[in-house]
Design a protein around this ligand. Structure first.
Ligand SMILES: Cc1cc2nc3c(=O)[nH]c(=O)nc-3n(C[C@H](O)[C@H](O)[C@H](O)COP(=O)(O)OP(=O)(O)OC[C@H]3O[C@@H](n4cnc5c(N)ncnc54)[C@H](O)[C@@H]3O)c2cc1C
Length: 381
């Protein structure tokens, strides 16, 4: 598979599986197993997995393009996909063991969905500082942790879990572990009823004295924080920006359709033909969307050829993307008036989904704090 075939497969799935069901799945808060199955069959779940394990080994540019294409049809599915790719990249970067290799092959062959379980009730959006601690036993560790939001909760085949290392001295001395679904003590705590991304099952999960064998420890002790920053953060921020881009593209298209089809019959014109103010606002939405597209391309270029400004771009792109998605979808709500407000169009779903891009950690506020610290040559943590 190359970049073009990956993208055309994503577009085919978006049109055939995601778009027709997005409205109903949003209303009912229904997780789309059909979408995950289709992505697996198309080889897209193995995008971040090296070819030796059956994956495609395609890079940041393809990941961003596929994610944006999915988000244009259904941002909930795109977020499930993004979390899976981040988890798969973490597993692919892990200490090799037979069981890790087997799971990578399952992901590479499209039969295994994974996700990240970092955020905890105790440290909230400060995912880099878990309050749970792993306790060593003869075969590995036991973990008790209250994870506050886990996308694909109860739907994934495995969870990349953070916890303080058994002897970790400080708040960021964490370790990452892979916890397979079905392990004794692992449970979904309640249901997911979010404002947006309603179809991605981001429910809380509990680990109650879960036993994790040594072979499923993904990083060295205390090296979880480093993996979060070096492996997860660039992919997560790029993917979230791509979700925001897909949302913007989707809402621009939906707004244009409405402005062309809704009519002032007494004037004999469509809304778009009739009102320059609506055309001007649509133009602003288009400008913002293409600006975000350029930002995403710029971040891809920085990740493919890292340089001194790469960390800043990683931080800035997600911060900007969250604000742009909220701004563009808010404008769409205004432009499409009561038709959008009364939920007759997909626009209000895009508007609600867009709010998550700034709320998901690292949040837009935290990113600003990090960006300013970087500019001022202050330590980030
Ligand atoms: C749809 C969805 C899916 C999610 N999926 C996952 C997942 O799969 N895995 C996972 O681990 N987590 C997931 N999360 C959790 C997410 O990443 C955040 O941890 C969570 O949204 C934080 O919410 P909170 O109420 O705990 O925020 P709080 O930490 O209580 O923050 C409240 C406010 O304070 C601000 N704030 C906090 N710290 C600072 C600071 N230092 N400087 C300035 N402002 C600050 C925040 O920006 C926010 O506005 C998901 C969240 C959502 C909404």
């Amino acid at each position: 598979m190359n970049h073009e075939t990956a993208l055309s497969k994503a577009k085919e799935i978006a049109d055939r599986v995601l778009a027709p069901a997005a409205g109903r799945n949003d209303r009912e808060g229904r997780f789309s197993t059909e979408a995950v199955d289709a992505l697996g069959r198309a080889g897209l779940l193995g995008l971040a997995v090296p070819a030796e394990f059956g994956g495609t080994g395609l890079g940041a540019g393809t990941f961003a393009a596929v994610t944006a294409t999915l988000a244009e049809a259904d941002a909930s599915v795109a977020m499930v996909y993004l979390m899976h790719i981040c988890a798969a990249a973490t597993i692919a970067a892990a200490r090799p063991s037979d069981v890790v290799r087997r799971i990578l092959k399952e992901i590479g062959s499209g039969g295994h969905l994974s996700t990240l379980a970092f955020s905890e009730s105790g440290s909230r959006s400060h995912f880099w500082a878990p309050v749970s601690r792993a306790h060593r036993n003869s075969s590995g560790v036991r973990i008790t942790a209250r994870k506050s939001f886990v996308t694909s909760a109860g739907r994934a085949q495995s969870y990349v879990v953070s916890s303080l290392a058994p002897e970790g001295a400080g708040p960021t001395n964490s370790t990452l572990y892979l916890v397979p679904a079905g392990v004794r003590g692992l449970s979904v705590e309640g249901s997911w009823d979010g404002l947006g991304l309603r179809a991605n099952a981001s429910a809380p999960m509990m680990l109650d004295d879960c036993e994790v064998p040594y072979e499923l420890q993904l990083t060295n002790d205390d090296a979880g924080f480093q993996a979060m920053l070096e492996v997860v953060l660039p992919q997560f921020n790029l993917g979230t920006a791509a979700v925001a881009l897909g949302i913007c593209r989707g809402v621009v298209a939906a707004t244009a359709t409405h402005l062309k089809s809704a009519r002032f019959e007494h004037l004999g014109q469509s809304l778009g033909e009739s009102l320059p103010t609506l055309r001007a606002q649509l133009a602003t939405m288009q400008i913002e969307t293409d600006g975000l597209s350029a930002r995403v391309d710029d971040l891809v270029a920085h990740l493919e050829r890292p340089r001194g400004t790469t960390l800043l771009r990683v931080l800035e792109t997600k911060a900007a993307a969250g604000d742009i998605a909220i701004g563009v979808t808010s404008t769409a709500m205004r432009v499409c008036g009561g038709a959008a407000f009364s939920k007759h169009l997909s626009i209000e779903r895009f508007f609600r989904d867009a709010q998550a891009c700034a709320v998901m950690a690292p949040t837009g506020d935290v990113l600003r704090e990090f960006i300013a610290r970087a500019v001022l040559d202050m330590p980030l943590f």
